[in-house]
Design a protein around this ligand. Sequence first.
Ligand code: BMA
Length: 867
Amino acid sequence: MTKLSYFFFFFLLVLNSTFNARAYAKEPSCNGQKTVLLDQNWEFRQVGKEKWSKASVPGCVHQDLIENGTIQDPFFRLNEFDVQWIENEDWEYRTTFYASKEIINQEIKELYFKGLDTYADVYLNDLLILSADNMFRSWSIGCSNLKEGNNQLRIVFKSPVKIGQEKLDKVGFLIPVQNEQAPKGKQNSVMTRKAAYHYGWDWGPRLVTSGIWQPIYLHAWSKGKIQDVFFQQKNQNSNIANYSAAIEVITTKDGVGRIDVLADGKALNSLKVKLKKGLNTFNLDLAIKNPELWWSVGLGKQKLYNVKTVLQIEGAETDIRESKLGIRTLKVIQNKDALGKSFYVELNGVPVFMKGADYIPGDNLITRVGQDKYNRVINEALDANMNVLRVWGGAVYETDQFYDLCAEKGLIIYQDFMFACSMYPGDDTFAENIRHEAEEQVKRLRNYPNIMLWAGNNEILNGWHEWNYQERFGYNNQQKDTLWKYYTNIFYKVLPETVKKYDPDKLYWACSPQSEEDKLQTPLSGDQHSWAVWFGEQPFSSFEEQPGRFISEYGFQSYPCINTLKKIALPEDMHWESEVLLKRQRSPMEWIGKGMNGNHMIDRYMKKEFKTPKDFESYVYISQLLHGQAIKTAAEAHRRNMPYTMGSLYWQINDCWPTVSWSTVDYFGNWKASHYRARSAYQDLIVSFAQRNDTVKVFVVSDRLKDTNADLRISVYDFSGNLIGTISQKVTVPGNTSKVYMKNKLSELLKGKSNKDVYLKGELSENGNVITENNFFLSPYKTLSLPKPDVIVKLSQTEDNYSVQVQSDKFAKDVYLYFEGIDCNLSDNFFDLDANKIRTLTFKIKGNPSIEELQKKLRVLTVADSY
Ligand code: BMA
């Protein structure tokens, strides 16, 4: 069951009631002789107003208005609603920059705009040189009117919603949009090639930005430059890796030149070339002997060769392009089998189970996302033992910094084109704009070693065929045909043609999710977005039913930690039904009741699983345990089901503002319980239990490439710490497998004890050390007879670290420690503490507060204390 059925159900309700081997270069077209970053002296104003104020570039109008004090932080309480006027205005940015004689003397002078958001008229010295209309494209514009000395650059950003509306009105009928937060008839995001989530999403605010979101360079060069390099892998074995390099060179006149390619300082090949004025493409065969391979994290090193492409013209070195090359084979294998078709990643000949999450931009004001946020989210993924992230289609094609880091750290990327949850217009101009966008992005990203596929869009196939897009807007047959024709033109023609032309070895996958041959998702082939839990309100155990081949989305929501909520709300808002928290929640759920949303859904699940929390702090904590339980149940079930299932990506790792959402790490970087649960479930070796009636199966799943010799032990404890029984067995766990090693009758294991009074502990030990463990409970949380534990916590400080020892007289379920008002992630948290066992955790806090201070701020929560 998927999301769509719920939307359809809702639609019926509404009807009834209302009518009721990346080789990558940093700045692709800026590698010539003189490059000046134009990030100084910027000012901005609202068009029609007199006053200019200081602006930051790159940046956006919302951020500039926050900085000059015109608007309040839109993330605080309900402030977002006070800043909606900004999207209806036009905004003007200007700067003065100096062009030296050296620059003027070059043959070609270009302004390179790496990203303009979005409808931007650019004037150089009052001459219109560019009208941009796509946030996802860069623009390189010759500027013959550049003069020596000071020059003025002025950019007028026209209201994206006004232009979007004009375009929509011309279509003559509405275009279905799933998540845009605007009234029907005013939802025009699809008319504009701009990050869809800016218009509001089911986890994010509506802040429709305008601005210079990527750097601008003045680039001046003579004779020639390298425009692009593509290293297409031809074949690879342990002795040699062969590539064909396609090198694009632009020259100002005919002549002769030479191209050299070096890897890690060693010459690979060179070519004498005849150059024609304009664009030239040369192919060069390259061979790297005894190649060291690039592996995803956990399986080997992430070797990246430093490749240099050097262009000489008439004997003089004219341009150099530095790139990184990861040698590997990376394929998505879809082989027919008895049930359908496989769908798995094969890296260097090895099938690799993909463990990870869907990723969204780390801020609604996207220019606030830089190296720090990238480092943070990528470390969060690595710390949680992930090897994959999906760059989802309602956002942006991420920057080079992001992909660079992922390649360096060994994360595979499931890459969407930027289309999500809506239909799109398809007139020729729009399609041409998309073709340019796709060409640019595919050429930019194709050399990365870690991109597993190109997905055309997110969930549009489902939207059109299953989520009542057609019925909701009452289209006639002709309109339906037109919209479907637009779909097929973009997703079955423009995008696949682009991938085939520029990145021919990569899989193009028209829609995430879908089954083979572009059909709606099934568990038998392709990938799945699995939303029976949450949207379908099914119990978590439904994750254990046939999960499918590659689960590219599933998830559950929770509140961010109380410290985060206190930063964005006041004490009177600290209730899940307060206006501030209901409006913060963006997942509408009208089908469960009028005015209901995700907060209500969390509450409904909570009532089924847990005793009623005694206060809001406990409520937030329990919501996180629920979320954690969902992720644990699903991820373990997916992994147990390998090799049938070969991917488990939950929705979503991060947030773009502080909110109640599916994220496992909140906006400020605080790990929710679910992130700790993902970390456990994604370890390279796990012990996992599956119960059916009176039978408990014990699985061990291994993502290691080699066999593991270990001891597997299952123990039954009561909550006072008494060992009721134990079974152990020596096991050899073959690499890359999921297998059942024990199958027991529960009644025999419990020896007469009630399933509410005991838990099972599974441990796998290597050379006497426990390498992985997992607890299994036999009855819903609210029925467990958990005793009130006496948890003792001892804090201490070393030079740049703190540590904390935690001990309890009885079993303590899901012990959670935090410090009021301090953001910090402990080395473990939300953990089960066995009776009379000491657990030591470490953590760091900026500013090194004293132990006394921390002691005062320390809060300790357990399930038994939450009601
Ligand atoms: C997924 C995504 C998003 C959405 C999320 C939660 O399907 O593709 O569009 O935000 O679910 O509904």
